[in-house]
Design a protein around this ligand. Structure first.
Ligand code: SAM
Ligand code: DTB
Ligand code: SF4
Length: 337
């Protein structure tokens, strides 16, 4: 791979190629990632999304990382689907704090028709506030994806979580294929895709490569790629897993930036446990989105004051909705095509 070929849009990655990308000398990897980042995105801006858990806990699935599974005793209080007005109020607060996207998460295997009717109303209300909307509700049928699109939903989050090989050690109640089917339904409804994974679940470097390869080889790259660091929750099977080497976390972000150059790569869960310096390295590696606000879904996130100070120290400003549209591809890609 020549340095200029790094950062072109491709859908034919092989595992050895991705493994060698992840294994580059760190400074080379960071240099190329930052170069590609600057070709495609505004440097020094970060997109800010706020999460809200609109239905919490009692989920029938067995995702080994998740505090919301009914199978693990994590002490989490279950909560029914929220009222539309209460969600609107939280979206308004998120907008006032500076978020541009509001992401509504529900602990479902897949949403029921009666719940989806309420959620589409939430999407309409949040959209009317001028916020971008995102939802993560589990598996969707093609019809459900269209219903959400018709309500004005912008993004649907559905993660692959890890490589196809490692997946079975983390989740047994739905298959990798199920996840790919939902992603297809979301694309077919012309929704933007937010899809990424979790590091620090005991996976190997090759599994991280396998996750990135699967994401980049999708027919169209996700517009948004969340890279989560496992938040270890007492009571979940993954509590006590050896944490991922922070520099391997940074490498994964850099490889995501190079392989999906136009995507927003989100430095997602796990920031509360990260130093400001580690987060700065993630931004250097090409991360340009964060979850903003004191809570993720059920676990903590840095408070707004800490994030404001961090962005100020780094000279980073929040990205506006208009800026989030990626600029045209750089010249070398046009000539390559
Ligand atoms: N139930 C839906 C689903 O699984 O598709 C939507 C909500 S689920 C909580 C959304 C994503 O959050 C998961 O796919 C997973 O990637 C991430 N997640 C959940 N628990 C996590 C944890 N403890 N640490 C990091 N990420 C986590
Ligand atoms: C994503 O990739 N990470 C977010 C969002 N998409 C839905 C969720 C992180 C959840 C962390 C655990 C919790 O707070 O429950
Ligand atoms: Fe349920 Fe989603 Fe948690 Fe899995 S990740 S247990 S599907 S809420």
């Amino acid at each position: 791979m020549t340095p200029t070929a790094l950062g072109t849009v491709r859908h034919d990655w092989t595992l050895p190629e991705v493994e060698s990308l992840l294994g580059l000398p760190l400074m080379d990897l960071l240099f190329h990632a930052q170069r590609v980042h600057r070709e495609r995105h505004q440097p020094n801006t970060v997109q800010m999304s706020t999460l809200l858990s609109i239905k919490t806990g009692a989920c029938p699935e067995d995702c080994a990382y998740c505090p919301q599974s009914v199978r693990y005793d994590t002490g989490l209080e279950r909560e029914e689907l929220m009222e539309v007005a209460a969600v609107r109020e939280r979206a308004l607060q998120a907008r006032e704090a500076g978020a541009t996207r509001f992401c509504m998460g529900a602990a479902y295997r897949s949403p029921k028709a009666k719940d989806l009717r309420v959620i589409t109303q939430m999407v309409r209300e949040v959209s009317a506030l001028g916020l971008e909307t995102c939802a993560t509700l589990g598996m969707l049928t093609p019809e459900q994806a269209h219903e959400l699109k018709d309500a004005g939903l912008d993004y649907y989050n559905h993660n692959l979580d890890t490589s196809p090989q490692f997946y079975g050690q983390v989740i047994t109640t739905r298959t990798y294929r199920d996840r790919l089917d939902t992603l297809e339904a979301v694309r077919a409804a012309d929704l933007k895709v937010c899809c990424g994974g979790i590091l620090g679940m005991g996976e190997s470097a090759s599994d991280r490569a396998g996750l990135l390869m699967t994401l980049a080889n999708l027919p169209q790259h996700p517009e948004s790629v969340p890279i989560n660091q496992l938040v270890q929750v007492p009571g979940t099977p993954l509590e006590g897993t050896a944490p991922v080497d922070p520099l391997d976390f940074v490498r994964t972000i850099a490889a995501a930036r190079l392989m999906m150059p136009a995507a927003h790569v989100r430095l997602s869960a796990g920031r509360e446990a990260m130093s400001d310096e580690l987060q700065a390295l993630c931004f250097l590696a090409g991360a340009n989105s964060i979850f903003y606000g004191e809570r993720l879904l059920t676990t903590g996130n840095p408070d707004v004051e800490r994030d404001r100070r961090l962005l100020e120290r780094l000279g980073i400003r929040p990205e506006s909705v208009a800026e989030a549209i990626p600029p045209p591809a750089p010249r070398h890609e046009e000539t390559a095509a």
